[in-house]
Design a protein around this ligand. Structure first.
Ligand code: IPM
Ligand code: MG
Length: 356
């Protein structure tokens, strides 16, 4: 089969890691007889430099015309003082909205081969965990009305959710739970926020009417933040709003101790998704060839699985990465302090290609 993949490498380490994922995709395509066509588009800081805006219309059009989008990361200190409409982050939010990607899947699991890297207390880490955060991605406070008063001495942002917005992401979460351990935790702040009360009501109604086989419970977000550290093995799938999901997914990924390994998928109504590593553009290490390409390579595997329905190919890439890690190969971010054989980013890419 032939697939058109839009590449949006972005800033910082983005181009290095997307380049690595492209090599892996090419080799996988050759092995399985597929054809992947890659076209690159600017977004983020590099687009500001190139075209004066973070998300040129041509990038949106190119992504819309593709079968899927692979994104590196956007942003960096160079553009931090830009006015809000011209910040690199606008590109990310704009792409999510333009492509209708209302569901963000962010898995965070402790890798047996990397149990040592886990930052949790040993007895907690020993229980292991494998959780999937399903974050709402195109609504809530990120996209609500915001502004300042005339005097400029007060500002506001608004959280708003409709039942339809809650239902569509909740369905995705219930279905995700069904394919895993069948346990869904809906995270909200229903003791304070009206949007959270609507969230909770809606998720429960869906649970009772459409997904009675999924075990559903609720948790306040502050408690969830605590439980992710105290007992992450409690969780299977978490569904939550845009901002809560942003915060909890960083927390969950960091407790694995290997944020450089964590992939994500953003999905909408069509099969076109956007795939990106969870980590950011890491401007401090850009160009030094030490960034770990694995999160992006695993994001490419998610693309094959969720957008192209190529489960066997996705399994193959994931297994290959596991093999490389099990053999003990490490990059700077996941090596132990006394490891002198760690690989540069490009060497890790080559190691994966060698095993494919
Ligand atoms: C993420 C990032 C973005 C977000 C930023 C860069 C706008 O933190 O993808 O989690 O908050 O969604
Ligand atoms: Mg974030």
């Amino acid at each position: 089969m032939k697939y058109r993949i839009a590449l949006v490498p972005g800033d910082g380490i983005g181009p290095e890691i997307v380049g690595a994922a492209v090599s892996v995709l090419k080799k996988t395509a050759a092995k399985y007889g597929h054809e992947f066509d890659f076209t690159e588009y600017p977004a983020g800081g590099c687009a500001i430099d190139l075209c004066g805006e973070p998300l040129p219309q041509s990038t949106i059009d190119g992504c819309l015309a593709s079968d899927s989008v692979m994104l590196g990361a956007v942003g960096g200190p160079k553009w931090d003082s830009m006015p809000s409409a011209l910040r690199p982050e606008k590109a990310l939010l704009g792409l999510r909205k333009a492509l209708g990607l209302y569901t963000n899947l962010r898995p965070a699991a402790i890798q047996p081969a990397l149990a040592d890297a886990c930052v949790l207390r040993k007895d907690i880490a020993a229980k292991g965990f494998d959780l999937m955060i399903v974050r709402e991605l195109t609504g809530g406070i990120y996209f609500g009305k915001r502004g300042r008063n005339e005097a400029g001495d007060a500002a506001y942002d608004t959280e708003a959710y409709s039942i339809a917005e809650i239902e569509r992401v909740a369905r995705r979460a219930f279905e995700t739970a069904r394919k895993r351990k069948g346990h869904l935790t809906s995270v909200d702040k229903a003791n304070v926020l009206e949007t959270s009360r609507l969230w909770r009501e809606t998720v429960h109604r869906l649970g009772e009417t459409e997904y009675p086989d999924v075990r559903l419970d609720d948790m306040y977000v502050d408690n969830a933040a605590m439980q992710i550290i105290r007992d992450p093995s409690f969780f299977d799938v978490i569904v939550t709003s845009n901002m809560f999901g942003d915060i909890l997914s960083d927390e969950a990924s960091q407790v694995t101790g290997s944020i450089g390994l964590l992939a994500s998928a953003s999905l909408g109504e069509t099969s076109r998704g956007m795939y990106e590593p969870i980590h950011g553009s890491a401007p401090d290490i850009a160009g030094k060839d030490i960034a770990n390409p694995i999160a992006t390579v695993l994001s490419a595997a998610m693309m094959l699985r969720y957008s192209f329905d190529l489960a066997e190919e996705a399994d193959y890439i994931e297994k290959t990465v596991n093999d490389v890690l099990s053999e003990g190969w490490r990059t700077a971010d996941i090596k132990s302090p006394d490891d002198t054989t760690w690989l540069k980013g490009s060497e890790m890419k080559d190691k994966i290609l060698e095993h494919l």
